[in-house]
Design a protein around this ligand. Structure first.
Ligand code: M6P
Ligand code: ZN
Length: 193
């Protein structure tokens, strides 16, 4: 196949097929890559020692930052939790608030958590068949609240710089846990600390 960067191309809206096309880059995040993101660090350490589960994988086609085009990627978050806290993506801001992002859920069940730098946050259930537009000033994280893999497609402008440091240091204002009723959203007691 020629480089997709030189060509028009079409791809199926299916996370597995997208990632098997042979271009783009594939990466996976294990619990050991995310351990300080979860509330119960002790339990996270135990699980890392046992089997260090893959939390999510990303297939990405990123264009050069200075160039044209639209970057895209699919993320699949596996089902699971750390002491009840559902598996999620690290989450990030876009460094200069200057690039918006579009989310298109493909399969599974999950939520999109968004937050301003001041900690004003929202949690939105993502539905397959709908498109979600996320303004560039909002941090975004996705959470798998179901029992099967949760996959979605994202599109963003290539020029954005990802800021992971802020979320890594301050966390997200709200956390999503498994409960008998389904999910339980709690305020993050360590937010900003
Ligand atoms: C989505 C998008 C990507 C992001 C990925 C994984 O696909 O937001 O830009 O890379 O999720 O999330 P994170 O980068 O926060 O680990
Ligand atoms: Zn983003």
């Amino acid at each position: 196949m020629n480089s997709p960067f030189d060509n028009q191309f079409k791809v199926p809206l299916d996370a597995n097929k997208l990632s098997s096309l042979g271009f783009g880059t594939r990466s996976e995040r294990r619990l050991s890559d995310l351990k300080n993101y979860f509330q119960n660090q002790e339990r996270a350490e135990e699980l890392i020692g046992e089997h260090d589960p893959v939390i999510y994988e990303v297939w990405e086609l990123e264009y050069d930052k200075g160039g044209r085009g639209i970057s895209l990627g699919t993320t699949t978050i596996y089902p699971g939790d750390v002491d009840g806290e559902f598996f999620f993506t690290r989450g990030h801001f876009h460094a200069k608030d200057d690039g918006d992002e579009v989310y298109i859920p493909l399969s599974g069940e999950g939520y999109l958590a968004v937050s301003t730098r001041e900690g004003v946050s929202d949690l939105v259930a993502l539905e397959v068949g709908l498109l979600y537009y996320v303004p560039g000033h909002l941090a975004h994280r996705t959470v798998n609240t179901g029992d099967s893999p949760f996959s979605f497609l994202c599109l963003w402008a290539p020029h954005i710089d990802h800021d992971y440091k802020t979320i890594n240091e301050s966390g997200f204002p709200e956390l999503v846990f498994r409960s008998q009723e389904g999910i339980r959203v709690v305020k993050n007691p360590n937010y900003g600390k």
